[in-house]
Structures are given as C-alpha cells and as structure tokens.
Design a protein around this ligand. Sequence first.
Ligand code: URA
Length: 212
Amino acid sequence: RPPVSPDGVERMDWPELEATVASCRACGLCDGRTQTVFGVGSHHANWMVVGEAPGENEDRQGEPFVGQAGKLLDNMLAAINLSRKAGNPADDLSEKPATTAKGAKESVYIANVLKCRPPGNRNPQPEEIAQCEPYLRRQVALVRPKIILAMGRFAVQSLLQSSEPIGRLRGRVHHYEGVPVVVTYHPAYLLRALPEKAKAWDDLCLALEVAQ
Ligand code: URA
C-alpha cells in the first residue's frame, strides 16, 4: 500500500487535502468504507473538536458526528453558543473574522482521528492512527484554532501521544503544535455514563476560558 507521505500532506491546501483523503488507500480501512469522512465546519473556526472515527451513520452520510453521540455533541456545543453550521459556508476565501456578530453562534470545525470507519466500529489500531495522523495535523495547521477539544482516548493518543486515561489528563491545558488542547470524555461514553456529564461541562468551561 502507498503510505501517507507527511511531507506532501504538509504543503496541501484544503481542496488537495480533501481529495487526497478521499482517495487514500494507506491502510486496510479503505476496503470497508462507503466513503471517507473528512471534516465539517468553518475553515476559520476558533474551535476545533477532534473525535475518534466515523461510525455507521457517518460512513453513510460522509459527515462526522451525525448519530446519537453527534446529537449530544451538538447540544453541548450549542450550550456554549457554538455550531458546526455557523459562519459563511463559502468562507474558504475569507479571513478569520475578528469578532462574531452579537447573538450569532460561533463556528467550530469537527474532524476525527480516523477518516474511515473501522469495521463494526472497533477501536482504531495504532498503525491506522499513525497513517491518518498527517491528515489531522494538516487540518489543525490550516484551521489554526484557538482551542482544540480532544474527545476520548484516541483523540488524546493521536494529538498528545499519551495513553493516560482521560480522568488523569482533563482539567488542565495541553498543547499540540502550539495550539492549546483541552481533553474531555467522548460523547458516546457520556451517553452511557451520565454522571460524567458534569465533568464534561467543566471541561467545556475550561476550553471557553482558553479560547477567550
Ligand atoms: N464518534 C466519533 O468519534 N466520531 C464520529 O464522527 C462519530 C462518532
């Protein structure tokens, strides 16, 4: 299989990057996918959310977080006035806005560690994370967010190279390529562990402080 060339990816613009991901065959996940799931939201967002991998719904629709966990994520983001749909859809050519209109939602860019669905939603494998990492790295470099919210252990593994549990990493600010990172629980986990929602709320508040 042709591996992902980090050097090539580092220089790509959005259209090149998206096209490269769409035709990627660097790991075995390409055989089982309906389509790749690249990312959604404004390219000029101050906030970036990083999840794990597409599930069945995402694989079918081509957009991250469109299932149950995605609904919870959208509600969490809405609670702090953020939306994946905010901003001008044709904003690829515009500059990062200095301010957001009063009352308007602020935009967020959402991407996953893996761009292809693992079969049966199994956990991402280390070599799959490694192959896909240059794509996420380039997305972060192009968005240049003020804050990354890393959701779940695989986002943490990819961005922070850490296998520590979320409970040990949350509550303080980490960095990825100079961008502040706040770690929190994955929304799919929160659906099963409702008492942890209060902690996720604290994490969002910390991220809000950093993004100010
Ligand atoms: N879980 C994720 O981590 N990402 C998705 O896109 C959907 C569910």
